[in-house]
Design a protein around this ligand. Structure first.
Ligand code: G
Ligand code: MN
Length: 440
């Protein structure tokens, strides 16, 4: 961050200082518009439409070249709202322009054919501009995944193994000897509650961590049964979840491929699900989960890749699954405040995730220093003991600590020119950070 600030500082006494400020202002405006600040784009479009009409009138009417200025409003709308906004703006511009006289002094009206032809041109420009922007975004996304493919290692981390649990699994499943706790996930752009992750706890002696139980169940051929039962328990306990707050559930590839998961999601349309793909080993056959993942997405669920960074294979998951959410493993999120190398890797991950259009969620944040650094780097959401331990519902709908950091960061950002590089503003990617139930 210090380096970014240094780059951003203006050269003392530089003759082009005024020009530099102008460029910074234009860049900042473009970044704001492109980053999906819709509240800013709407008045900008309205002002551009109104000013263009005034300019046409004062220039002497539509016989001058001034109606071309309506393209500014159309382009701003295309950048901020996509094709729907651009075409709507084009039609409004055509209607506004149609009202204006050919000549202000004579008051001569425009022929209908001119009005219609101009409307057609406005719409064509709206479609071409928004189409080009969408294509550019798509190509960027594809290029990133293509480049990543060459980097992914084939290393496979070992699974947790506890054979002593295997004979107990069937009985634990039958008795339902487990319960669900919920851990909050807060937006790092607002501090508001976005989701809760459902985590299973087994009340069985000897106490073993949940991943050991799930691994034992998988080896006994009961993996999907236990995971689906855990999701059912999570769902039953989550009735009081505030509207728009997502319920994150963990599912291994076998469970994702199990039609009962889709049935469960489909049967609970009142609940906004995020399905976290939990798997440390390499998934050899992605075709088995590609269809179910698409069906889950159609049913309104978001897809997250869990524990990213716990093993290199999770990079493969990201390439194959192209998730809406990337959850960074505790091994990558911790100690960024003390280790420059971890900070560098963190910054690279934030940039990568932003360019793929996904949302970056941090797991296992335990210290204020780490939360502060990740906030400055631009991570999207946080989960960890510092902001909320797993426990019963309800959980706080806002984290005062995260909110205070967001405020501080936006105040600092509005004072500082941004040299480019890491985009760190709130954005409107694949997943809208805000009311999490919405997904464009
Ligand atoms: O689904 P996943 O593998 O990400 O499970 C998260 C696990 O991490 C849960 O068992 C949860 O209790 C644990 N956990 C959540 N927050 C923290 C944290 O801040 N520190 C540590 N050490 N563990 C955490
Ligand atoms: Mn998880």
């Amino acid at each position: 961050m210090e380096q970014r600030q240094r780059w951003a500082a203006p050269t003392p006494g530089a003759p082009a200082e005024f020009g530099g400020v102008q460029i910074w202002l234009v860049r900042r405006l473009v970044r704001l518009l492109a980053s999906g600040e819709r509240w800013l784009a709407l008045p900008a479009v309205a002002v551009a439409l109104a000013l263009t009409s005034l300019v046409i009138l004062s220039a002497g009417g539509t016989k001058t070249a001034t109606p071309h200025l309506y393209y500014i409003a159309i382009i701003v709308a295309a950048v901020s709202y996509g094709i729907g906004g651009a075409v709507t703006t084009a039609v409004i511009a055509a209607l506004l322009c149609g009202q204006l006289p050919v000549d202000t002094f004579t008051g001569e009206r425009q022929p209908v054919t001119t009005v219609v032809l101009r409307a057609f041109m406005f719409v064509v420009v709206a479609v071409v501009v928004s189409g080009a922007l969408a294509l550019r975004r798509r190509l960027d996304r594809e290029r990133y995944y293509h480049e990543l493919k060459d980097l992914v290692s084939s290393e496979v981390p070992t699974a947790v193994d506890d054979p002593s649990l295997e004979p107990l699994v069937a009985e634990v499943l039958e008795r339902g000897a487990f319960r669900c706790v919920y851990q909050p996930v807060y937006s790092m752009h607002t501090g508001e509650l976005l989701a809760v992750e459902a985590l299973t706890r087994f009340d069985v002696e000897p106490y073993r961590s949940p991943d050991r139980w799930f691994a034992a169940a998988a080896r006994m051929g009961l993996g999907p049964d236990l995971e689906l039962a855990a999701i059912g328990t999570a769902l039953a306990g989550a009735t009081g979840l505030p509207p728009g707050v997502r319920l994150c559930v963990n599912a291994s590839p076998d469970t994702i491929a199990d039609p009962r998961l889709l049935e469960l999601v489909g049967a609970n349309i009142g609940t906004a699900f995020t399905v976290e793909l939990t798997e440390h080993a390499v998934i050899t056959d992605y075709d088995l989960i590609a269809g179910p993942l698409a069906a889950l997405r159609s049913a309104g669920a978001l897809i997250a890749v869990d524990d990213t960074g716990a093993g290199f294979s999770s990079l493969r998951h990201i390439v194959q699954v192209q998730p809406d959410i990337i959850k960074l493993d505790i091994s990558l999120t911790q100690q960024v405040s003390t280790s420059p190398a971890r900070r560098a890797l963190g910054g690279a991950l934030v940039e990568f995730v932003q360019r793929t259009g996904a949302m970056l969620v941090l797991e296992g944040i335990e210290t204020h220093g780490d939360l502060e650094v990740w906030t400055d780097m631009g991570a999207d959401a946080v989960q960890g003991y510092l902001v909320g331990r797993p426990g019963p519902l309800p959980v706080a709908t806002r984290s005062a600590r995260v909110h205070a950091l967001c405020e501080r960061r936006s105040a600092a950002q509005s004072r500082l020119p941004d040299p480019g590089g890491l985009g760190t503003g709130p954005r409107d990617g694949i997943l809208v950070v805000g009311p999490v139930a919405t997904r464009p």
